[in-house]
Design a protein around this ligand. Structure first.
Ligand code: FAD
Length: 342
């Protein structure tokens, strides 16, 4: 169904005489507000929030004194100690699905579920053994590409976690960490986690912003990433970091401009993972990269796209575009501005 959930959900619940309405808990600020509105509108019909799309529901893993974790590694250790139930072995073919009367022709999860599971199993058997050494290479097809399925709850992280360890498990832990951070600090969807960055000086050059969005900066790895985003609604993680760093430290634009563009185009666009990865790059997040560690887009490209295959795939013409800024000059400006707020 389409429409305002606070109207549509009660309508169908009454239509079919539902005794209760069961939803997957949403832990992000908009989802929490929306579900509260639905709960209120349902009146006497109970709204039951079941399992979140996380191994451990955000807000549950805490320090011994009850406060939230601010650093990733201790969070991950406590998260592992907390543990989670093994996913139930359900035979999906026996689930009884109803055809909603008001449905538009949106492909349903029912059709997508087996695909996602098969993708995971193929990745697990063929690529996961090399994940540690290849995951930073955008020119190789080395990561799972499961982020959108995780985002929409098509695959549950517990399904993946029972079959993996090491770096891949840690990546899933980052997803849980950021959801937890946003749960405790919902305002960080928009605001700097580290408030000293409120004093950081930003530029607001719309033309430079447009060049970045279109993948026309003259820095081939940035351009390839930005065009992959427009073409596929996806960008490799290493390139997300390089492109985000370029917006923040070479163009001196506010991280939330870039984050908004990512949210608009990413199929895996997720408010917790997106905003907090942006804040990680910008140095203003929790347990973020230190601001003074500035990505050099040329050396990054040499290291992670050594044969230029990724650039040739997405932005072969970028090599002919004159760079819109001089990285060495902008790096210095960024560091000076950082010095001023320290
Ligand atoms: P894999 O390498 O196969 O990793 C497996 C899973 O682990 C991913 O599907 C994802 O759920 C999780 N994961 C991996 N890295 C991270 C990370 N750094 N933070 C949180 N979770 C992670 N991820 C999103 O799901 N949604 C976003 O909106 C998003 N925005 C990002 C913005 C920036 C600026 C950066 C630097 C990263 C962002 N990420 C985001 C994290 C990461 O880039 C993607 O999760 C990853 O590229 C998805 O590809 P994959 O499924 O092949 O990853």
């Amino acid at each position: 169904m389409r429409g305002d959930p606070a109207k549509a959900v009660p309508r169908i619940a009454k239509e079919i005489g539902a005794g209760s309405v069961h939803i997957t808990a949403d832990c992000a600020p908009y989802g929490r507000r929306r579900d509260e509105a639905v709960e209120k509108a349902l009146g006497g019909i109970e709204l039951v929030r079941s399992g979140s799309p996380y191994a451990v529901t955000p807000g549950r893993v805490r320090k011994a004194d009850g406060t939230p974790f601010k650093v990733f590694t201790p969070f991950r250790n406590a998260w592992l100690d907390h543990g989670w139930r093994k996913p139930a072995d359900t035979d999906k073919s026996t689930l009884d699905w109803m055809e909603p009367a008001h449905s538009t022709k949106i492909p349903t999860i029912k059709q997508k579920l087996p695909d996602a599971l098969a993708l995971w199993e193929k990745f697990r058997d063929e690529r996961l053994p090399d994940y540690d050494s290849t995951r930073d290479r955008p020119d190789l097809d080395a990561t799972s590409r499961l982020s959108a399925f995780l985002k929409f709850g098509v695959l549950h992280p517990r399904t993946l976690l029972q079959d993996c360890d090491g770096t891949f498990r840690s990546e899933l832990a980052w997803r849980e960490f950021y959801a937890d951070v946003l749960w405790h600090r919902p305002e960080t969807a928009r605001e700097n986690y580290d408030r000293k960055f409120d004093r950081m000086k930003h530029d607001n050059d719309e033309e430079l912003f447009e060049a970045w969005k279109q993948g026309r900066t003259g820095y081939p790895i940035v351009d390839a990433g930005m065009r992959q985003l427009l073409r596929e609604g996806f960008m490799h993680n290493r390139v997300r970091m390089i492109a985000a760093s370029f917006l923040i430290k070479d163009l001196h634009l506010p991280w939330w401009w870039g984050a908004r563009h990512f949210m608009r185009h990413l199929v895996d666009g997720d408010i917790a993972s997106n905003q907090h990865n942006w804040q990680w790059v910008a140095g203003c997040g929790t347990d973020a990269a230190p601001f003074f560690r500035v990505f050099n887009p040329l050396t990054q490209a040499k290291k992670f796209d050594p044969d230029g295959a990724y650039v040739r795939r997405y932005a072969p013409d970028s090599l002919d575009i004159p760079p819109i800024v001089d990285h060495a000059v902008e790096r210095k400006i960024a560091l000076d501005r950082y010095q001023a707020i320290r």
